[in-house]
Design a protein around this ligand. Structure first.
Ligand SMILES: NC(=O)c1ccc[n+]([C@@H]2O[C@H](COP(=O)([O-])OP(=O)(O)OC[C@H]3O[C@@H](n4cnc5c(N)ncnc54)[C@H](O)[C@@H]3O)[C@@H](O)[C@H]2O)c1
Length: 313
C-alpha cells in the first residue's frame, strides 16, 4: 500500500518543490499539501490541498486522521529576517508547530517526521569555517534560537518517546520555481531575477560575506534520502550538518557576468548583515556523508547556469 504524506507549509520556497517531488515519487493522491494560503498553479493542480494552520493541533489531527497520514514534513516557519521583526510570533509559530507534530508522533498517530533546522543554529562564537556537526552554538537571532531549541526537542522526543524524527540544517537555498520567504540568504535568488530584468543588483549583504548555500534540487534530494534512510544508520537525531558550496555575493556576481557581461553589482548592507555575520561561512557535513551517503551535485557554476536558463524561459 502507498504511504500517505502530509506537508505543512507546502506553498513556500522549499515546500512547493518538495511537494511536487514527493508526488512524482509516491503518487499525486498520496501527498497532501497544506498551508495557510494557496500555492502556485502547478502545486494546486498537482494533487490534494488543505488550508491548515500549523499552530492548530486539532486541525492537524483531523487532517491526519482523515487522510490516514503516516509521515509529516513540517515546512511552516517564520524565517530569519522576518523573525527579527516579529520575535514572539516567530517563536510561537516555530516552536508550537513543532510540538504539535512531535506530540502526534508521540501518541502514535503518525510514524515519521521531517523537520528542517538551519545553519542559523550556529552563532558568533562558533568556528566559522568547516563548522563541525558538534560544536559551540549560542545562536544570536530569534530564528536561530527557535531552531536550536527545536533540535534539542527533536532529540529529546526521539530518546524519550521513540519518535522517528529526522532533520537537516539547510544552508541558504537557491531556486527558480518559488521566491524565498524572508531569509538572510534571499539575495542569492533575487540577484538572478534582477540580473535578467535590470542587468544590475544592489545587494543587502556586503562584499566578502561568505555563506553556505545549496541549489534546491540538492536540498530536495537530501531531504528525501534522509527520510528513506534505514533508521539504524542515523546517528544524529537533532539535525545533520548539510553542505554543498560556499560563496560571497561577489562570486555569484562574477559567475553571472560570465553569462551576462553587462551585469553590475552594488552593495548596500542592511540589518541582515549582522545576521549573516553571526553564521558560519562553510559547513563540515562528514556525518551526513557517512551515515546516509549525502553527496551534493550542484556547485556555483552549475547553479548559475540552471538559474539563468530556467528564469529566461
Ligand atoms: N529557504 C531556506 O534557505 C532555508 C534555509 C534553512 C532552513 N529553512 C527552513 O525550511 C523550512 C521551509 O522554509 P521555506 O524557505 O520554504 O520557507 P517559506 O517562508 O518560503 O515557506 C513557509 C511556508 O509556511 C507557510 N506558513 C506560515 N505560517 C503558517 C502556519 N501558521 N500554518 C501553516 N503554514 C504556514 C507560509 O505560508 C509559507 O508558504 C522552514 O522551517 C525554514 O526555517 C529554509
Amino acid at each position: 500500500m502507498q504511504k500517505s504524506i502530509l506537508i505543512i507549509g507546502a506553498c513556500g520556497q522549499i515546500g512547493t518543490e518538495l511537494t511536487i517531488a514527493l508526488r512524482e515519487k509516491y503518487g499525486n493522491e498520496a501527498v497532501i499539501a497544506s498551508d495557510i494560503r494557496e500555492g502556485s498553479d502547478a502545486l494546486m493542480a498537482s494533487g490534494p490541498f488543505e488550508l491548515l494552520d500549523a499552530t492548530d493541533y486539532e486541525a492537524i489531527e483531523n487532517v491526519v486522521m482523515y487522510y490516514e497520514i503516516e509521515e509529516v514534513y513540517l515546512m511552516a516557519a517564520m524565517l530569519s529576517a522576518t523573525a527579527e521583526k516579529f520575535p514572539m510570533r516567530a517563536w510561537n509559530l516555530n516552536m508550537n508547530s513543532l510540538f504539535n507534530v512531535l506530540n502526534l508522533a508521540k501518541d502514535k498517530k503518525i510514524d515519521k517526521i521531517f523537520w528542517p533546522s538551519s545553519i542559523a543554529v550556529f552563532g558568533p562564537n562558533t568556528p566559522k569555517t568547516e563548522t563541525p556537526q558538534h560544536t559551540l552554538m549560542e545562536p544570536s537571532t530569534v530564528y536561530g534560537i527557535s531552531k536550536q531549541s527545536g533540535e534539542r526537542w527533536c532529540e529529546y522526543y526521539f530518546k524519550k518517546f521513540d519518535v522517528d524524527v529526522r532533520s537537516v540544517r539547510y544552508p541558504g537555498l537557491i531556486s527558480w520555481k518559488t521566491l524565498p520567504g524572508g531569509g538572510t540568504t534571499d539575495y542569492a535568488v533575487e540577484i538572478y531575477h534582477k540580473a535578467l530584468e535590470d542587468k544590475k543588483y544592489t545587494c543587502f549583504l556586503a562584499e566578502g560575506t561568505k555563506l553556505p548555500m545549496m541549489f534546491m534540487d540538492d536540498a530536495i534530494r537530501a531531504t528525501v534520502s534522509l527520510m528513506e534512510a534505514n533508521p539504524e544508520e542515523l546517528s544524529i537525531r537533532s539535525s545533520y550538518n548539510l553542505g554543498a558550496m560556499s560563496f560571497g555575493p561577489e562570486e555569484i556576481a562574477s559567475n553571472i557576468k560570465a553569462h551576462l557581461p553587462e551585469f553590475e553589482i552594488n552593495y548596500d548592507p542592511d540589518f541582515r548583515q549582522a545576521i549573516a555575520d553571526s553564521w558560519p561561512s562553510s559547513i563540515d557535513d562528514a556525518q551526513a556523508k557517512l551515515d546516509w551517503n549525502w553527496k551534493p551535485e550542484f556547485d556555483l557554476e552549475k547553479t548559475t547556469t540552471e538559474m539563468l536558463k530556467n528564469l529566461m524561459n
